[in-house]
Ligand binder design. Structure first.
Ligand SMILES: NC(=O)C1=CN([C@@H]2O[C@H](COP(=O)(O)OP(=O)(O)OC[C@H]3O[C@@H](n4cnc5c(N)ncnc54)[C@H](O)[C@@H]3O)[C@@H](O)[C@H]2O)C=CC1
Ligand SMILES: C[C@H](O)[C@@H]1OC(=O)[C@H](O)[C@@H]1O
Length: 256
C-alpha cells in the first residue's frame, strides 16, 4: 500500500496510460480523482473505472473538464477537496498527438496540441501545487512527458515541444516547490500501444520497425507505466525531485 490515504489526481484517466495509473494508484491505497474530457465516451469510461476500483475496495471519483482550459486544474483540486479533503499527488497525463507533417501543419492542430498538452498542464500543476503548499505537508507532482522530450519525430513537430516543455516544467518546478517539500518529476514513456497511436501503428511496417528498435522486444503496455508513476508518487521516492525516468524498453539508448 504505497499510497495509503494519499489523494491522487490523474488527468486523462479514462483510458490508456492514465487509466492504468489511476487503477494502480487505487490498488496502492490512494484515493483517486479521475480527470477526463467530459465527452460521452469519457463519462462512460470513467464510470466503468470507478465501478472497477470500488469493486476491489478502492476509492475514486471523476471530475470532467477540458485539459486545455486553464480553469480545469482548479476544478480537479476542488473536486478532490470536496470528496477526499486533500491533494497529495498530481499526475499530468492528458495529451494528444495528431500525427501531421510540418510544412502544412494547420494552426488549429498546432495550437490545440500545445494548449492541451502544455498550457493547460501549466495551470493545473500550479493549482495542485498551491493546494499542496497550503496543506503544509509536501506532495508529489508527476508529468507524463515522453521519450519525445529528448528526440524528434517528423510527424510530431507540434507534439515533441510540448513533451520537452513538460519535462522542463518539472525541472523548474522542482526548484520552485522544493522549499515546500513538493517533489516534481517526469516519466518518459517510449512507445506504448494505446488509442493515441492506434492509427499510426496500424501500418504493419511501422509496427514492426518500432518493435524491432526496442531492446526488450515489444511495445509498452499502459500497465508498464503505472509502477514507475506509483514509485515517484510514493514516499519511497522521498529524495527524488527534478528527475526524469525513461520507461521505454531501452528504445532511447538503441543507436546500433
Ligand atoms: N502511448 C504512447 O506511446 C505515449 C504516450 N505518452 C503520453 O501519455 C499520455 C497518455 O496518452 P495515452 O494513454 O497513450 O493515449 P490515450 O489517447 O489513450 O489517452 C489520452 C488521454 O488524454 C485525454 N485527453 C485528451 N485530450 C483531452 C482534453 N482536451 N481534455 C481532457 N482529457 C483529454 C483522453 O481523453 C485520454 O483519456 C499523453 O500525454 C501522451 O502524450 C507519452 C509517451 C508515449
Ligand atoms: C504517439 C506516439 O506513438 C508515442 O507518443 C510519444 O510520445 C512517443 O513519441 C511515442 O512514439
Amino acid at each position: 500500500m504505497l499510497l495509503k490515504d494519499k489523494t491522487v489526481i490523474i488527468t486523462g484517466a479514462s483510458r490508456g496510460i492514465g487509466r492504468a495509473v489511476a487503477r494502480e494508484c487505487a490498488r496502492q491505497g490512494g484515493r483517486v480523482v479521475i480527470g477526463h474530457s467530459g465527452s460521452a465516451q469519457g463519462n462512460q469510461a470513467a464510470a466503468a473505472l470507478i465501478e472497477d476500483i470500488r469493486g476491489f475496495g478502492g476509492h475514486a471519483i471523476d471530475v470532467p473538464g477540458d485539459a486545455a482550459d486553464p480553469d480545469t486544474g482548479g476544478k480537479l483540486v476542488a473536486g478532490a477537496l470536496e470528496a477526499f479533503g486533500s491533494v497529495d499527488v498530481f499526475v499530468n497525463n492528458a495529451g494528444i498527438c495528431p500525427f501531421h507533417s510540418f510544412l502544412d501543419m494547420p494552426r488549429e492542430t498546432y495550437l490545440k496540441t500545445v494548449n492541451t498538452n502544455l498550457n493547460g498542464a501549466y495551470f493545473a500543476v500550479q493549482a495542485a501545487a498551491n493546494q499542496m503548499k497550503d496543506q503544509g505537508r509536501g506532495g508529489a507532482i508527476i508529468a507524463i512527458s515522453s521519450i519525445s522530450a529528448l528526440v524528434g519525430g517528423g510527424m510530431q513537430t507540434h507534439y515533441t515541444p510540448t513533451k520537452a516543455g513538460l519535462h522542463s516544467l518539472m525541472q523548474s518546478c522542482a526548484i520552485a516547490l522544493g522549499p515546500y517539500g513538493i517533489r516534481c518529476n517526469s516519466v518518459l514513456p517510449g512507445t506504448i500501444a494505446t488509442d493515441i497511436n492506434k492509427d499510426d501503428l496500424a501500418d504493419p511496417e511501422k509496427l514492426a520497425y518500432m518493435t524491432q528498435r526496442t531492446p526488450l522486444g515489444r511495445l509498452g503496455e499502459p500497465d508498464d507505466i503505472a509502477g514507475p508513476v506509483v514509485f515517484l508518487a510514493s514516499d519511497m521516492a522521498r529524495y527524488v525531485t527534478g528527475a526524469s525516468l525513461l520507461v521505454d524498453g531501452g528504445l532511447y539508448v538503441n543507436l546500433q
